[in-house]
Write a protein that binds this ligand. Structure first.
Ligand code: UD1
Ligand code: CA
Length: 459
């Protein structure tokens, strides 16, 4: 079976952070996850990550989903892959892809096409290469007179003639697994950096009469690795633009891209308009004909067709079609907002179901509640869902009218078409069609102001 080894031992000193470099994020996803996703979309699921600097952070991030091995000392890329020999030996029948955990733009097509060439040519190793105008720093691809690849020479070990070569090693390769295990056993560190170079496995295979090949990628982005935060920002901008291009091709409208960040995982329907300051993250699906923004954050949520979201944050929730949300709204996790409802200014909703055509137009807190259809929630309504120990639910039936500044002390259940008078604190269930009113008796003290003024003036 084909497998992959991802080198993720680097510290990234120039990032100035106590974190392995592959965990730095591009468009919200660690670079390591980009590389893993490329492998998986190319059909490789047996993956081993070689960790080094702060390896425990890699383990914590991966959460046991993949094999990891530790390279305790940084003795070169060949030494890093040697740590994975037990993983390779489990099944040496197929081929193994080796890649760098800090070069996120490797893609499925490149991986698949390189493997096809690798198999077709019957190579022991196939290196993925690219032509660079400025090849400085990269390993150079050395070809024989017949065009076949004979070696990879590192910058520090290269002759002037070799330095003139513009075809470089991307750092990604396909190996026949058995040949890789064999060559790793023969690596030495006799070179300018006293490192065990993975690249030497290619020369070793050739010297044993095996075949080495190169898959030349037309896309130089696949070799890009971020070394500092400036480069990371460039990566973010690059990835961000790619996402915008994809959505524009699908008929999404952007008039200005300022402050818009859309993660790769997000889906957006045709004819939706995205306005500045919109951040869409995770497993989010936006319907068609929506208007999202300005200043919106939506994470792991579904938004139905024709819904408007203006200046709001929505997390882990489902909003149906033609809902009007905002401005200044916070939808916290586990909400379901029914179609054609309205959630207006300064409303917070949490872990609640809101029925169709219900209006919560201003200044309310709805938590742990089930609200029916066509309910009107007056300004200042609060579900008092927490008694300091437990959270309790409020239920409000269809067609109810909740007066302004109503407090609903949970658990409490209001029937269908119930009215509550403004200022009422509801402490008991209310039956269908009833009005609940709870108020002190209002008194009027006539002439009060004048008497008070006279007292002040000493008269
Ligand atoms: C390596 C290649 C070079 C290629 C370049 C592409 C070797 C000897 N050279 O260069 O031909 O053009 O990649 O970027 O392989 N790593 C470890 N442990 C180590 C050393 C490195 O895990 O002991 C990891 C790094 O974290 C990184 C990857 O291997 O993810 C590549 O290492 P790096 O030092 O960036 O590459 P070079 O050796 O300069
Ligand atoms: Ca009151």
């Amino acid at each position: 079976m084909d497998k992959a080894i991802i080198l993720a031992g680097g510290q990234g000193k120039r990032m100035k952070a106590d974190m392995p470099k592959p965990l730095f994020k591009v468009l919200g996803e660690p670079m390591l996850d980009w590389v893993i996703a490329a492998c998986e979309s190319a059909g490789i699921s047996d993956i081993c990550v070689v960790k080094g600097f702060r390896g425990e952070m890699i383990d914590e991030h991966l959460g046991g989903r993949y094999t990891t091995v530790l390279q305790a000392e940084r003795l070169g890329t060949g030494h890093a892959v040697m740590q994975a020999i037990p993983f390779l030996s489990e099944d040496a029948s197929g081929s193994t892809l080796v890649l760098c955990g800090d070069a996120p733009f490797i893609d499925e097509t490149t991986i698949r096409e390189a493997l096809a060439l690798h198999n077709e040519q019957g190579n022991a190793v196939t290196v993925i290469t690219s032509e660079l105008e400025e090849p400085f720093g990269y390993g150079r691809i050395i070809r024989s007179a017949d065009g076949s690849v004979s070696a990879i020479v590192e910058q520090k070990d290269a002759t002037d003639e070799q330095k003139a070569v513009k075809e470089i090693n991307s750092g990604t390769y396909w190996f026949r697994t058995a040949d890789l295990i064999d060559a790793l056993g023969k690596l030495t560190n006799n070179n300018a950096q006293n490192e065990y170079y993975l690249t030497d496995t290619l020369g070793i295979a050739v010297s044993e009469g095996k075949k080495a090949g190169a898959y030349k990628s037309a896309n130089p982005d696949i070799i890009k690795g971020a070394n500092d935060r400036k480069e990371l920002l460039e990566f973010n901008n690059y990835a961000r633009m790619k996402v915008f291009e994809k959505h524009m091709m699908n008929g999404v409208e952007f008039t200005c891209l300022d402050g818009i960040i859309i993660e790769r995982s997000v889906e957006i329907g045709q004819g939706t308009e995205i306005l500045p300051g919109t951040i869409l993250r995770g497993d989010t699906k936006i319907g068609s004909g929506c208007k999202i923004g300005p200043n919106v954050v939506i994470e792991n949520s579904t938004i139905g067709d024709g819904t408007v979201v203006n200046t709001a944050q929505i997390y882990d929730s489902e909003v149906e079609e033609n809902v009007n949300i905002g401005p200044f709204v916070h939808i916290r996790p586990d909400c379901r907002i029914g179609k054609e409802s309205k959630i207006g200014d300064f409303v917070e909703v949490k872990n609640s179901g809101i029925g169709e055509k219900t209006a919560i137009a201003h200044l309310a807190y709805i938590g742990d509640s089930d609200i029916g259809r066509k309910v009107n929630i007056g300004c200042g309504t609060v579900t008092v869902n927490y008694d300091g120990i437990t959270k309790n639910r409020c239920v409000i039936g269809d067609n109810s009218f909740i007066g302004c500044n109503t407090n609903l002390i949970a658990p409490v259940k209001l029937g269908k078409a119930v009215y509550t008078a403004a200022g009422t604190t509801v402490t008991r269930d209310i039956p269908d069609y009833a009005l609940a009113i709870e108020r002190g008796v209002m008194k009027i003290n006539e002439g009060y102001t004048i008497r008070k003024l006279k007292t002040k003036q000493g008269k």
